[in-house]
Design a protein around this ligand. Sequence first.
Ligand code: IVH
Length: 701
Amino acid sequence: MAKKASAAEKSASDLTAKEAKAEHTRLALVIDKHDVAYHQKDAPTISDAAYDALKLRLLEIEKRFPELVTLDSPSVKVGAKPSDKFAKVRHARPMLSLDNAFTESEVADFLARVRRFLNLDADEVLEISAEPKIDGLSASLRYEAGVLTVGATRGDGAEGENVTANLKTVAGIPHTLKDQCPPAVFEVRGEVHFPKDKFAALNETLIAAGKEPYANPRNTAAGSLRQLDPSITASRQLQFFAYAWGEAEPRPEGTQKAVVDRFHAWGFATNPLMRVLTSLDEIMAYYAEIEAMRADLPYDIDGVVYKVNRLDLQERLGFVSRSPRWAIAHKFPAEKAETELLGIDIQVGRTGVLTPVARLKPVTVGGVVVTNATLHNEDEIKRKDIRVGDTVRLQRAGDVIPQVIGVVEEKRPKGAKPFAFPTVCPACGSHALREEGEVAVRCTGGLICPAQRSERIKHFVSRLAFDIEGLGAKHIDAFLADGLIKTPSDIFHLEARYGDGEKAIAAREGWGPQSAAKLFEAITARRTIALHRFIFALGIRHVGETTGKALARAYGTVEAWVAAMRAVAAKDEAAVAELEAIDQIGGTVTEAIADFFGEAHNTEEVDRLLAALTVEPAEQVATSSPVAGKTVVFTGTLEKMTRQEAKAKAESLGAKVSGSVSAKTDIVVAGPGAGSKLKDAEKHGVQVLDEDGWLSLIAGL
Ligand code: IVH
């Protein structure tokens, strides 16, 4: 008897359903292996034609048996992602970002702010070091006794990935510092970038091999740095410029310029265009000079960075939230293009806001293909008189979402009508209303609106919130559609509620035993969650990541926070005052929180979540400082620092700075000329210090 043909030998059209499933799994695995060989190892083991044949067969099978298409099917996936297997590195000092300026007057404001903060006389010279802003990605390199021990990506600023082996392949990064007596610890920071000629050469090779070229040098540099195999990183020929530092022992002294010169002597590549300037005129001339050179430079830049040159002044200026007060990025103007507006779609956001989105004829702006852009709101469309069919002008700056700046009226087609903004929600049919004084049109459907429900849960599981891997947008929508979940807390009951949850999920379309097991692993892992993530995940209006962190730090535990927020909703004055005393929290946030906790279905959901979760207490800031948690009042004239500087320093040490003295005040710092506040302090028996007393209390911190 003739041997039966195996599934692998049969043509796709002859396969039974069972054979098709087995063959699909086999092909997916084989294709995956070749993807890894090709994308991660740059070492394909089969010809492109053989690879294409495998893919074609897989597609034929999927066409006949569409139920076999999964989210990680090779037909859906684009290439193989770089590994996420890198160990995490906590930065000894956070990696900060920069404030941006776009105009001369914003740069002038920066200089004025610095001068005011430092209380400089008009005739005192303020040196500014200026250098190009490299369009790459920052990295931190830790040298111990002169030897490179850890190299990490920026990550979220607090924690990056350990890519030491890959960074060692980047030009401009020495493996040991050229120094007879190297410092005990020195973290050098700077920008890894893809030189223009190397990027062009890589793309030429790809095109010659019939492959897709890369769109953008910065993203490609980032991808190159996250390869498992350092020889791939090496083949990309990335470069580095050193311009900043993290932990350093001994602490550097002198100027920004001198430290960067030292980096150069140690063997780092540093930017040769760095200059020290002393006036706004010089700064603007430098900016113009660099902008004129931009196209001819061998690397991409997106602006110029100005830094206060003296390090003692940098130290006095300190930081505001995530950027230094002593530096600013002066960005180049955005790149522009024109294209046709094909239509205006309405998206319903997680808070129910109806956002108009421009559907555009694809166009390249600043190296990226743009197909849509936000139109913000009804007023923007009216103000710019944007009509479907118009030719619109677009701009894109850095990573910012493209913007429609306006229309080219001469090119308007005849009969183009003004856009009528919808009065019903496209997702649920509820009325869409515009509150007085608001620009946003909102759906009134609240939790019944599928758009909001789904967005709420997607926000809840997103990276900065619960970060539940494996529960992607499509899965959430499918779970919602089938009634498996309705609110975020349902996620934590998924396994128990649906019989043998893992099996039930595994049997669903697009799932298998492995992905189901992984999902429940991820959910279990998130039953313990940091307080700030929990707060952010709730999706309260105006409570973003930063505010979430500020709230977490201020209240410490979830119990304290929830109790306080309920009190705020109940209009408890002390609770409101306590909330608004937190830096950067004002009336808008208070109102949003009161609205949220004033709504029974929200508090019930919070209770359900708390019953299923362990919320970790937040880390407190600078609890070791002698003034942490104390309320301090500054009064009278301060001679060694400005009032603003004193306040910033006290807050950075964990103290609360208040404007008036009460029984709750712990310390009054009184300079000459202190009046009624000093009397109040005596009345309440509050400790009074003069400026020197205060400085010696916080000395060395
Ligand atoms: S200084 C504490 N200098 O721009 C200050 N940053 O938008 C740290 N960047 O995260 C930054 N060129 O990745 C500095 N010459 C330069 C820079 C530069 C590029 C990047 C850096 C930073 C981002 C902030």
